[in-house]
Structures are given as structure tokens and as C-alpha cells.
Design a protein around this ligand. Structure first.
Ligand code: SF4
Length: 180
């Protein structure tokens, strides 16, 4: 696959996705001719925090005129998925399950809506391990291509510097609060 790619970009928040979305909007990712930003983050707690991050994501997408979709906030189901691993460290087993949970839903969204590839910004934060995110995507992406794009970090930093994004100080779930 190298042309006319219809891509779903799985995003966690505006600060992490800003550069990637700009690159896609500018047409600078080879082969991608259509894309949508997917906000699917049932891991985020509490719901008020989820709402803040979602609004920032929507605001940024609308400022660039790019398509986006927001899926359900099924935090209780997400909690079931990570049960037994609540005390695992960040970058550990709980995060594997969390990434896979979100990628699985992104794959379903892509299939249901005629997209044929998935990329993400889940590994962009300095607190994340990109190879862990890639591994979770690879085991989850079934009949859909996974594009492990290395996003332009300088662009992301520049946009963040120039923006007034709401910036959180923890990854997302209740188990990551005050652990970063
Ligand atoms: S620390 Fe972040 S990636 Fe890990 S389980 Fe919590 S929300 Fe998911």
C-alpha cells in the first residue's frame, strides 16, 4: 500500500496530535489522500478531564478544517479490560492492554467507515514507549494496515509553543494520576 491511502489517525489529545494533524492536512505524509482524526479515549479519568481533552481536540481539528470523529466514552468497559493490572507501572502491562483496547475500536471504526489504514500519536509523549505502541497496534490491526509514522517532533513542539492548548500533567487513567 503506498498511494490513495484513507487513514484513521487515532489521537489522545490536541498537544500530542497537533504536528501529525498539520502534516496530514498539508499532504506531507506520502500516499495519504484522505484522513480522519479519531478521538477514542475511554481510558481518561475523570470524565471532566476527558471532556476538556476532547474539546481541545475538536477545536484544533476545526481550526484546520479537518475531519474528526468522537466515539463512546466507555470507561467502565475500559476498567474491565485492565482489571488486575491497576498497579502496573506506566509503560507496563496495563498500558499494553489500554493501547490494544483503543486500537481494536479504531480498527472497527476504520472498517465500518471505509478507511484502510491506521496511524496514531499514542507514542508521542516523552512518557511513552513508541515501540510498545507499535507492538500493540500490530497485534490488533487485523485486515487493516498499520502505518508506524515517525511524526515531525520539531513541528509538534513549535505548534504547542504557539498555541494555548489545555495541557494535562498525567497520561489519562486514574492509575497514572500523580505518577508522571
Ligand atoms: S498510563 Fe496511559 S497508556 Fe497506560 S493504562 Fe493509563 S491511560 Fe492507558
Amino acid at each position: 500500500m503506498n498511494e490513495n491511502i484513507k487513514l484513521v489517525l487515532l489521537s489522545c489529545c490536541a498537544p500530542c496530535s497537533a504536528g501529525a494533524i498539520k502534516q496530514l492536512a498539508d499532504g506531507s505524509i506520502a500516499g495519504v489522500t484522505d484522513f480522519i482524526v479519531l478521538f477514542y479515549n475511554p481510558n481518561i479519568f475523570p470524565e471532566s478531564e476527558y471532556t476538556k481533552r476532547m474539546h481541545e481536540q475538536i477545536k484544533y481539528c476545526e481550526s484546520l478544517g479537518v475531519k474528526y470523529a468522537v466515539l463512546e466514552y466507555d470507561h467502565d468497559a475500559w476498567r474491565d479490560c485492565v482489571r488486575g493490572f491497576e498497579n502496573a507501572p506506566e509503560r507496563g502491562a496495563r498500558c499494553n492492554l489500554c493501547f490494544q483496547y483503543r486500537f481494536r475500536r479504531a480498527v472497527k471504526f476504520a472498517r465500518d467507515n471505509g478507511y484502510d489504514a491506521i496511524a496514531s500519536v499514542l507514542g508521542v509523549s516523552r512518557h511513552k514507549d513508541q515501540s510498545q505502541v507499535d507492538a500493540a497496534a500490530i497485534v490488533t490491526c487485523d485486515n487493516i494496515s498499520y502505518m508506524p509514522v515517525k511524526w515531525d517532533e520539531n513541528l509538534r513542539v513549535q505548534i504547542n509553543r504557539e498555541s494555548d492548548f489545555y495541557r494535562q500533567n498525567y497520561c489519562g487513567c486514574e492509575f497514572s494520576i500523580r505518577k508522571v
